[in-house]
Write a protein that binds this ligand. Structure first.
Ligand code: FE2
Length: 375
């Protein structure tokens, strides 16, 4: 009789070796219809697919909102006992799942657990006439979950249980959001190194860059940030608050979110002037920078011919690194609690995160914090 010895098998490859990029990001919210409607009206997302009682799901409703390659799922509970309702009670509206597409979800899940990840849900299969999807859930910071999605044997629109939206979004055209750029998590003071180690040693990510509190500070507050990525498309900056004279924006997040969670999601565009013009017209509000910002910015960007009038009118921030430049802008919080917001970013060669804008950005956030009485 031949038996397979575990010892003779190669050590498990890293989970990241199985990753194929972002699949989707799922919000759990109090009113999915309203939140999804706002993503359509303000941000130009298309109402693509729906799951709920009409499609055989009894406990919750989900709207799949898409634009370019970006897929956001907005889910709400139908019963107060639902884990979704309890998540909203504790955290407010927020990001519950960061879903990454995997070549082999079973292998990625096994490798992650073998290397120390906490399983949330063992791999499971869902099928319909379009094929089979395999998914599995792993814990990350706070109550946030990494969902692994293997859809190589699935031809359907999104997932079993979803049906195409009945009608196209009635409000305006897409604004030009093209793809996910990065997704940022906030963790407690002292926890950053541990989570960076989790992504590196357990999931097989690499560290892209670290910013110390000396690089990210204002008169009042400071934070530290480390960016990890899977070596391809999944880019995850992580922040922790540092000692400052007043409560930092990360502390405010942690207090209102009741723990670590997703702070912002950055969408890439090829034309930020047109995207932000459309979003502002459609009612999206962004953090405002003072006019003085542009005096310094013009000096920093010497050598580049930029549409300064448009950038100033729209409040777009600019930064450069060795490889090029980037344009970026941050919305106000998109939830009632001062927690989650969106970023729009146009990269012209630059691979950084706008370090030259950190101070101006954080001062803008602190002005908003002060208005809330939280600074
Ligand atoms: Fe960002």
């Amino acid at each position: 009789m031949t038996t397979l010895s575990l010892r003779s098998q190669p050590p498990p490859a890293t989970p990241a070796a199985q990753f194929l990029g972002w699949d989707h990001i799922e919000f759990w919210v109090g009113n999915a219809r309203a939140f999804a409607g706002w993503l359509a009206s303000g941000f130009g997302f298309d109402f693509t697919a729906y799951a709920g009682p009409e499609t055989g799901r009894r406990q919750s409703v989900s709207y799949l909102m898409t634009q370019g390659e970006v897929r956001l799922v907005v889910t709400g509970a139908l019963q107060p006992e639902s884990p979704i309702a309890l998540h909203v009670l504790r955290h407010g509206d927020g990001v519950a799942r960061l879903a990454i597409r995997a070549l082999d979800a079973d292998a990625a899940f096994s490798a992650a657990v073998e290397r120390g990840a906490s399983p949330v849900r063992l791999p499971w299969r869902e099928s319909d006439e379009e094929g089979t999807v395999i998914q599995a859930d792993l814990a990350t910071y706070g109550d946030t979950v990494h969902r692994l999605v293997q859809r190589s044997d699935y031809r359907g629109l999104f997932l079993p249980g979803y049906q195409p939206a009945a009608s196209p979004s009635p409000v305006g055209a897409p604004v030009g959001l093209r793809a996910m750029d990065h997704c940022v998590g906030n963790v407690e003071r002292g926890a950053l190194d541990g989570w960076v180690a989790f992504y590196k040693e357990v999931l097989g990510f690499e560290q892209l860059v670290h910013f110390g509190d000396d690089q990210i500070s204002t008169e009042y507050s400071a934070l530290m940030s480390t960016v990890v990525w899977d070596g391809s498309k999944v880019v995850l900056p992580l922040n922790e608050p540092a000692e400052g004279r007043r409560k930092s924006q990360i502390d405010e997040f942690l207090e209102y979110y009741r723990g670590p969670g997703v702070q912002h999601i950055a969408f890439r565009t090829d034309d930020i002037v047109s995207a932000v013009s459309a979003m502002r017209t459609r009612g999206v509000r962004f953090l405002e920078v003072p006019p003085a910002y542009y005096e310094d910015a013009r000096m920093r960007m010497e050598g580049y011919d930029l549409p300064w009038d448009d950038l100033m009118r729209l409040g777009v921030l600019v930064d450069r690194d060795d490889d090029g430049y980037l344009l970026q802008l941050f919305t106000e919080n998109v939830t009632d609690r001062p927690t989650v917001f969106f970023e729009v970013i146009q990269r012209e060669g630059a691979t950084g995160f706008g370090a030259g804008n950190f101070k101006a950005l954080f001062e803008a956030i602190e002005r908003a914090q002060a208005r809330r009485g939280n600074l």
